[in-house]
Design a protein around this ligand. Structure first.
Ligand code: NDP
Length: 337
C-alpha cells in the first residue's frame, strides 16, 4: 500500500518536503470489515489547517500519519454484510491506495455511477457547503447582488450558480482571464473580475453598481478589502473560508483595519457568520442532495473538475491549489475506475 504521510509541519506555504510517500504491507481484513481501493482523492483547502498543530475545529494530522482526505473508493474485499465487492463508497480514507475500514462513516454510492468523483464536489462536501452557506446565512433575494471569490472553484462555482437560480445578480472574482471567461460563459455569472488586475477594486465596484447584498467569503485578503466599502446596509457575509491567509505565519502588514471593519459592521448593520459545514448543517445533507441532484441533471448547475493523475502527484497539486493553480474542483485519480 502506497501512502503519503505528514513528514513535517509547514512554516508558511507547504513544500514537498512536508510530505513523504511510503509503502507498507496491508493488514488482514478482519471479519465485519472491508478493504477499500481509492479511486479518487479530494484535495481541499482545509487540509492546510490539519498540517498545523494550531488549535482549530478539528485535531491536526499527527507526524508520520497518513494525510486525511475525502475519497471515493471501490470495495475490493468484503467481510461485511453491508458491502459487496465492487460497490462504490464515499469515505475518508486519506492519501493512500488502500484502507481497511470497519464500515463506520462510509456512505454507499451504489455500484452504477456515471461520475463517481462528483461525490467529492458538486454532489458532496463542497457543494453542500456552497448551498447551506449561501441559502441559510446569505439569504439571497431576487434582484440582489451576490459576490464570491474563488468563483470557478468547487465551492464558489456552486455558490454563483445557485444564486443565479435564486434570481440574483452574480459577480464572481477569480484569478486570471481564462477563469473569468469560464465564470461568465460556462457558469453564467453576470460578471467575473480578475483579482490579479491592478485596478481590481475599481473593476469590482463598476460590476456592482447597486452595491453588494451577499458576500460569500472564501478567501479574505485583498478581495475582502475591495468588497468592504461596497457592502449595502444589512448585507450578509457567510464566512466560509480564508484561503488567502492559510499560509500566513503572522498578521498582515499595514495599518490595523479592525476598527474600520467593526465600524462598517455597526453602521451598515452587517451580519457576518462563520460556519463549519458538517458541524452546523450535518442534519441537512439529504435536503441538499434532493435539491442539487436534479439541478445537476438538468444542467442548471454545471461542474468543472481538475483531475490530476497519480497519488504521488497529490502534494504538488495540493500546494498549487492554495495559490490558485487548480481550475475547478481538484481531485487526484489514484486508481482505475
Ligand atoms: P477552490 O477549488 O476554490 O480552490 C482554492 C482557490 O482559492 C484557488 O483556486 C484560488 O482561485 C483561490 N485563491 C487562493 N489564494 C487566493 C488569494 N490570495 N486571493 C484570492 N483567491 C485566492 O477550493 P474550494 O472550493 O474547495 O474551497 C473554497 C473555500 O471554501 C476555501 O476557503 C475553503 O477552506 C472553504 N471551505 C469551507 C468549508 C466550511 O465548512 N466552512 C467547507 C469547504 C470549503 P483563483 O485562482 O480563482 O483566485
Amino acid at each position: 500500500n502506497r501512502r503519503i504521510v505528514l513528514q513535517s509541519r509547514p512554516d508558511g506555504a507547504p513544500t514537498p518536503e512536508n510530505f513523504r510517500l511510503e509503502t507498507e504491507t496491508l493488514p488482514e481484513v478482519p471479519d465485519g470489515s472491508v478493504l477499500l481501493r481509492t479511486v479518487y482523492l479530494s484535495m481541499d483547502p482545509y487540509m492546510r489547517g490539519r498540517m498545523s498543530d494550531a488549535p482549530s475545529y478539528a485535531p491536526p494530522v499527527g507526524l508520520d500519519a497518513v494525510m486525511v482526505g475525502g475519497t471515493v473508493c471501490r470495495v475490493e474485499q468484503s467481510k461485511s454484510d453491508a458491502f459487496n465487492v465492487g460497490d462504490w463508497v464515499l469515505g475518508y480514507s486519506g492519501w493512500q491506495d488502500y484502507c481497511v475500514s470497519d464500515g463506520q462513516g462510509l456512505v454507499p454510492l451504489g455500484n452504477e455511477l456515471d461520475r463517481p468523483s462528483w461525490a467529492l464536489g458538486v454532489l458532496g462536501m463542497p457543494g453542500f457547503t456552497a448551498y447551506m452557506g449561501l441559502l441559510d446565512i446569505g439569504q439571497p433575494q431576487p434582484g440582489e447582488t451576490v459576490v464570491m471569490a474563488a468563483a470557478t472553484g468547487a465551492v464558489g462555482s456552486v455558490v454563483g450558480q445557485v444564486a443565479k437560480i435564486k434570481g440574483c445578480r452574480v459577480v464572481g472574482v477569480a484569478g486570471g482571464s481564462e477563469k473569468c471567461r469560464v465564470g461568465t460563459d460556462e457558469f453564467g455569472f453576470d460578471a467575473c473580475i480578475d483579482h490579479h488586475a491592478g485596478d481590481f477594486a475599481d473593476q469590482l465596484a463598476a460590476a456592482c453598481p447597486d452595491g453588494i447584498d451577499v458576500y460569500y467569503e472564501n478567501v479574505g485578503g485583498k478581495v475582502f478589502d475591495a468588497v468592504l466599502p461596497l457592502l449595502n446596509t444589512c448585507a450578509r457575509i457567510p464566512v466560509c473560508g480564508l484561503v488567502a491567509h492559510y499560509n500566513d505565519t503572522e498578521l498582515p502588514e499595514g495599518p490595523d483595519r479592525l476598527s474600520l471593519l467593526m465600524q462598517t459592521i455597526l453602521v451598515r448593520r452587517l451580519t457576518m457568520k462563520g460556519f463549519i459545514i458538517y458541524q452546523d448543517y450535518g442534519d441537512r445533507y439529504e435536503e441538499f442532495l434532493e435539491t442539487m441532484q436534479p439541478w445537476v441533471q438538468q444542467g442548471r448547475v454545471r461542474y468543472r473538475e481538475d483531475v490530476v493523475q497519480g497519488l504521488e502527484n497529490a502534494p504538488e497539486a495540493f500546494i498549487g491549489m492554495l495559490e490558485g493553480g487548480n481550475f475547478g474542483k481538484l481531485v487526484v485519480q489514484v486508481g482505475d475506475e
